[in-house]
Design a protein around this ligand. Structure first.
Ligand code: NAI
Length: 332
């Protein structure tokens, strides 16, 4: 916005092309703000410009600093509201898409125009998500895949290719939490299960998606769902913390390896979010979590879906190897 206004205000009318920009942006303003439209500081050139603008807009006048600030503020808001997410025609796979964060992500990506494969072990719930998407005119289908099985992941990631389409976006979201237990009491069975489910599965999903995206040289976006538990100690959640810390390293390392080839890989780290995964903590555990969140509430799956959708879209085209906390301030 500085670009738009400050040249006008301090170096008035360096180029009439700004008028086109202003015209374009002004259409996004509400009527009230549009009426208070413009500007300039004075002088011969700005008078000429003013005359020109008067013909375009009925009420043009010299703005005070306060008014300009207010217009800039409104423009910034409208800029945000109109951010293009560029997901039309993109092919997406979301693992663990039947419930919780995965479900909301599938719905939001489809609302932005993406063709979504909802993948999960839960067939009935997954098909409900597909139905919900199709009901608003979106494109979706269900593919069953247990992410603890490498062969099933290979088949899943190849789904679009088998339909002569490409995989543009892969959201590696499926995950489980361990029952609370101190590290010295964790059995090898629990440890192996958690590492397979929350770390090795993400390694496989990322690996096969990356290969496809590199293969056709068109790039893509991969989003791994880690956790704030991967950023620091969470007593009683040892195996989960270790797996999620691994997901973060997996993300950043692979991202740097393929950054030059247009494949972007990022991780999101949700804080405690209202989904079934928190059931392991029980009601008392959940209310303790809530008390420890600076914003005083659990996150909502839709809030995490917003961040994932942004990272999936071209709006984040210069972001790779990044790790985003979304936790109401918990780890600040
Ligand atoms: P959720 O339990 O609501 O959803 C998890 C989904 O994964 C379910 O649809 C489930 O059927 C699916 N799933 C489980 N095992 C699977 C398997 N073997 N193969 C394929 N799909 C499988 O949980 P939520 O909260 O939506 O979790 C999504 C991701 O977010 C997980 O990776 C989780 O670790 C992460 N996360 C969640 C937080 C929370 O507080 N809800 C906090 C931080 C991270």
């Amino acid at each position: 916005m500085d670009f738009l206004f400050f040249p006008f205000r301090f170096i008035p009318a360096t180029s009439l092309s700004y008028c086109c920009d202003l015209d374009q942006y002004s259409k996004r303003l509400d009527k009230q703000t549009r009426k208070r439209y413009l500007l300039l500081t004075g002088g011969l050139i700005s008078t000429v410009l003013n005359t020109f603008l008067t013909q375009v807009y009925r009420s043009v006048h010299f703005a005070t600093n306060k008014e300009i600030n207010s217009i800039v503020f409104h423009l910034q808001l409208s800029e945000f509201a109109y951010m293009e997410l560029s997901l039309k025609g993109k092919n997406v796979i979301v693992t663990g898409g039947a419930l919780g964060i995965g479900k909301e992500t599938c719905v939001l990506l489809a609302k932005q125009g993406a063709n979504v494969i909802v993948s999960d072990i839960k067939e009935i719930e997954g098909n409900f998500v597909v139905e919900e998407i199709q009901n608003f005119g979106g494109e979706a289908s269900f593919v069953k895949c247990d992410v603890t099985k490498e062969e099933e992941i290979i088949q899943l990631t190849n789904t679009f290719q088998n339909q002569n389409k490409r995989l543009d976006i892969m959201v590696n979201n499926a995950g489980i939490a361990n029952k609370p237990s101190f590290m010295h009491k964790v059995t090898t069975e629990v440890w192996n299960k958690l590492i397979l489910m929350d770390l090795t599965s993400v390694f496989w999903c990322q690996k096969y998606a990356t290969k496809l995206m590199l293969g056709d040289r068109l790039g893509g976006s991969i989003i791994n769902v880690a956790s704030i538990a991967g950023l620091g100690a969470s007593p009683s959640l040892g195996p989960y913390c270790v797996a999620k810390a691994g997901v973060i390293e997996l993300t950043t390392t692979a991202a740097l390896e393929v950054a030059k080839y247009g494949v972007r890989i990022n991780a999101v780290c949700p804080g405690w979010t209202e989904t079934a995964i928190l059931d392991v903590a029980g009601e008392r555990g959940k209310s303790t979590m809530e008390k420890n969140i600076p914003m005083g509430r659990l996150g909502k799956p839709k809030e995490v879906a917003n961040l994932i959708t942004f990272l999936a879209s071209d709006a984040s085209s210069f972001i790779t190897g990044s790790v985003y906390r979304i936790d109401g301030g918990t780890r600040s």
